[in-house]
Design a protein around this ligand. Structure first.
Ligand code: ASP
Length: 326
């Protein structure tokens, strides 16, 4: 049986914990983006940081770009970070594809993170350098066939969304391309614009502005349905162009290191739910071709289940393609 002193101490400790979390957040929060600044994941994170701040007592939300190795360096950094509620990770589908791609992934996707809720779904687009002679998807296919062995495909490294999309595209066409990895698709886009690399499959959040401005060649979208975003609605789906069933739509979610206090997880999840209702945020995402999550995946439990299902969905396709890293 507990002595009155032990009971009083336990009550004091519990209320100190409540008091400290009631005041959360007391200092700046950092969201790690596992890709270069200025790219699609970074853009989502910076927009999200702004609306999250408003829902977290106006506390500063900083972005730290930790690009490299297809997003796995940034994810590893957060997996090992102090679980004190001040370090988060915003990551995309790479969270679910990395386990199949890396033999020695330095973190366990389902064990080393707290799931905070999902943010958006984002289609992808197939684009090319402005100097590429092909103007339409059928012309692109002819050009790719005529240039076998000489084609460069930009991506953000093994495990990136651009890697997954490019891998499936090469497999579907049965044309091997030389992949050129970058720390994110922002620097890859610079080289597409400068015609240093030929093609890339990247999120609409990075490509729609360049497509609209006519600065890159745009060939197709990767979803089963055409997109309604004005800049992208003229593009055919890969599915309608002979690549039956081609369907790659990526998503972003928010994570914390495993062991982050439940009170913080709940508070950040509530802040995220509110942030995603912000009309400006929704409008901005829509203009870039992204769709803000409003379904059950907003809950940490459903978010984790979704990632688990995505691991099961993409693992076999990736393994069949036989591309691995240590
Ligand atoms: N779009 C990148 C990817 O291919 C990531 C980024 O730069 O945000 O995964």
């Amino acid at each position: 049986m507990k002595t009155p002193f032990q009971i009083l101490t336990a009550v004091a400790v519990a209320s100190a914990a409540t008091a400290s979390f009631a005041a959360y957040p007391e200092k700046a929060i950092t969201i790690v983006v596992p890709f270069a600044a200025g790219g699609p994941t970074d853009k989502v994170a910076r927009d999200l940081a702004e609306v999250l701040r408003k829902n977290l007592n106006n506390q500063t939300v900083l972005i730290e770009n930790v690009g490299g190795a297809g997003g796995t360096l940034g994810a590893a950094k957060v997996a090992k970070a102090n679980p004190d509620g001040y370090t988060f990770l915003l990551h995309h589908i790479g969270m679910a594809t990395a386990p199949a791609l890396y033999r020695n992934l330095p973190y366990k996707v389902l064990d080393d993170f707290e799931y905070l809720g999902m943010v958006n779904d984002v289609p992808m687009t197939l684009i090319g350098r402005p100097s590429l002679p092909a103007n339409t998807y059928p012309e692109l296919v002819k050009w790719l066939e005529a240039n076998r062995g000489k084609i460069n495909l930009a991506n953000a490294g093994l495990g990136a969304a651009s890697h997954l999309c490019g891998l499936l595209f090469q497999q579907s066409l049965k044309i091997d391309m030389t992949t050129v990895p970058y720390k994110g698709t922002a620097p890859a886009m610079t080289d597409i614009l400068g015609s240093q690399v030929d093609i890339m499959c990247d999120q609409t959040t990075n490509t729609s502005g360049q497509i609209e401005a006519g600065k890159v060649k745009a060939y197709a979208v990767t979803t089963l349905q055409p997109l309604s975003t004005p800049a992208l609605s003229r593009l055919p789906t890969l599915d309608s162009q002979g690549l039956k069933g081609f369907n790659v739509s990526i998503w972003h979610g928010l994570y914390a290191p495993k062991g982050t206090p439940k009170a913080v997880v709940d508070q950040v999840n509530a802040a995220l739910r509110n942030a995603l209702k912000d009309p400006e945020f929704i409008k901005r995402q829509e203009a870039l071709g992204a769709v803000v999550v409003t379904d059950g995946r907003l809950s940490p439990v459903e978010h984790k289940k979704f990632v688990e299902a995505e691991i099961a969905k993409w693992g076999p396709a990736i393994k069949a393609a036989g591309q691995y890293a240590d």
